[in-house]
Design a protein around this ligand. Structure first.
Ligand SMILES: Cc1cc2nc3c(=O)[nH]c(=O)nc-3n(C[C@H](O)[C@H](O)[C@H](O)COP(=O)(O)OP(=O)(O)OC[C@H]3O[C@@H](n4cnc5c(N)ncnc54)[C@H](O)[C@@H]3O)c2cc1C
Length: 411
């Protein structure tokens, strides 16, 4: 069996490492940070079993100017980074063309079909089932008009065979009595789940890897050594790790290392924010996406997590917490007696490509290098299924999925 290094200990890297170890490989996970402490720490906790839409959809371009003007709105572009972001944003706009958006949505949905089985394998192995609540996910709408706007999404969910129910105001109140009765309609994605603490889930996966003989190296991968057109070692801040194969899963920090492995990609940070609030007396029980105001409330073991935001900026740009703090007032308008005292605040970088489709592929230049990054809004959901596919690619097994949409070249 092979010596394999996985670069990046987020949900994607940890899942790749575990699936590779299950195949008998000797796995070394390389990351200077604590496992699960970056993007995988602060997300909206949802394992979505019904995702069908990329960020770039046909209607989105029309909504952008109004969203950018609204200081409490969910969208922001840091204009000083425009020279670097321009190619990403222009490709994103091109991807709003209906046929492109449809193809990207299909690529996302194809992965979603494998999400729950892959999760089950890793949760069982790591004894982490109690970190996942299988209560479905809600998207709620204040008016008939805004609900009507979800028709396309519902059609796609039906087409993909993703189960969901449409709820009226009373049915929603029974499911989530903690919400004000101001929502007329809801989509209830019954197969979705939420993780009670995503950062801890990754730590549990990495502990399991170590307990089963894997190595965890707390160093930064800074480059590679190549012999005969193959990667022979990962150079790190502390030395080097010899490899038979390497998997690059460094989330939003993958761009530079991917270029050294032969793939130039428009991978950038699509940032998002959260604030932690105390859980109200009548708790929010499951992931709730507020379609009109574009934020999410989700239960977390430390309280109630409010997430929002799509901000295009450089991965190391300083956070701007104004918009997420503005969202607290909108949340208070939906949850009676919400205690709005901020417990903590966070900014993270979704690793995004302009088509919202992750890269799950072999390097175009080095046969023994593999890519697993760019999971955008759905990395917590897609981490384990990505790990399973990467293990298949390394083993030369048929992943039973057409992998052409996830290629590193031609995007
Ligand atoms: C506000 C918000 C809400 C979200 N909500 C959801 C949700 O509800 N459901 C969902 O599915 N997804 C959600 N996401 C997206 C999801 O969080 C990400 O797609 C996912 O966490 C990406 O995981 P990752 O492992 O690729 O990256 P990360 O978790 O960022 O891990 C990458 C790791 O690579 C390491 N690294 C970087 N450079 C190097 C290097 N040179 N050498 C070694 N290691 C390195 C980093 O230290 C880090 O630990 C959300 C994201 C945000 C921001």
């Amino acid at each position: 069996m092979a010596d394999i290094a996985v670069i990046g200990a987020g949900i994607v890297g940890a899942s790749c490492a575990l699936f590779l170890q299950r195949d008998g490989h000797k796995v070394t996970l390389i990351d200077p940070a604590e496992p699960g402490s970056k993007t995988s720490y602060g997300n909206a906790c949802s394992i979505s079993a019904s995702a069908v839409l990329p960020t770039a959809t046909p209607g989105v371009a029309r909504q952008i100017p109004a969203m950018l003007r609204d200081p409490a709105g969910p969208l922001n572009i840091r204009w000083r980074y425009l020279p670097r972001l321009a190619p990403f944003l222009l490709t994103l706009l091109r991807n709003t063309a209906p046929e492109r958006a449809a193809a990207h949505g299909k690529a996302i949905a194809a992965l979603i079909h494998g999400v729950l089985p892959a999760y089950e394998i890793l949760l069982k192995q790591a004894g982490a089932e109690s970190l996942v609540q299988r209560l479905g996910a809600l998207k709620v709408y204040k008016s008939d008009a805004s609900f009507a706007g979800s028709q396309h999404e519902r059609d796609l969910m039906t087409e993909q065979g993703f189960p969901f129910e449409v709820l009226n105001a009373d049915e929603l109140r029974q499911l989530e009595p903690g919400l004000r009765p101001i929502f007329q309609h809801a989509i209830y994605a019954t197969d979705s789940a939420n993780v009670t603490n995503p950062g801890r889930l990754v730590r549990v996966f990495v502990d399991e890897l170590a307990a089963s003989g894997g190595a965890v190296v707390r160093e930064e991968a800074v480059g590679f050594e190549f012999v005969d057109n193959r990667v022979a070692a990962v150079r790190t801040s502390g030395g080097s790790v010899s490899v038979d194969s390497v998997v690059l899963a460094a989330g939003p920090w993958s761009r530079g290392l991917a270029a050294r492995l032969g793939a130039k990609l428009l991978l950038d940070a699509e940032r998002g924010y959260h604030v932690m609030l105390p859980m109200p007396e009548t708790p929010i029980r499951r992931f709730v996406h507020f379609a009109d105001d574009k934020f999410v409330l989700v239960p977390h073991e430390d309280g109630l997590r409010l997430t929002s935001g799509v901000e295009y900026a450089k991965v190391d740009a300083p956070p701007d917490y104004r918009r997420i703090r503005n969202m607290i007032a909108l949340a208070a308008a939906t949850v009676p007696d919400l205690d709005t005292r901020e417990q903590s605040i966070w900014c993270g970088n979704r690793p995004s490509l302009p088509d919202s489709v992750p890269v799950i592929d072999r390097s175009p230049r080095y046969d023994n290098a593999f890519f697993a990054f760019g999971h955008s809004h759905l990395g917590l959901t897609m981490g384990p299924v990505t790990g399973r596919i990467i293990a298949d690619l390394v083993a030369g097994r048929d992943p039973e999925l057409d992998l052409s949409p996830y290629r590193a070249v031609g995007r």
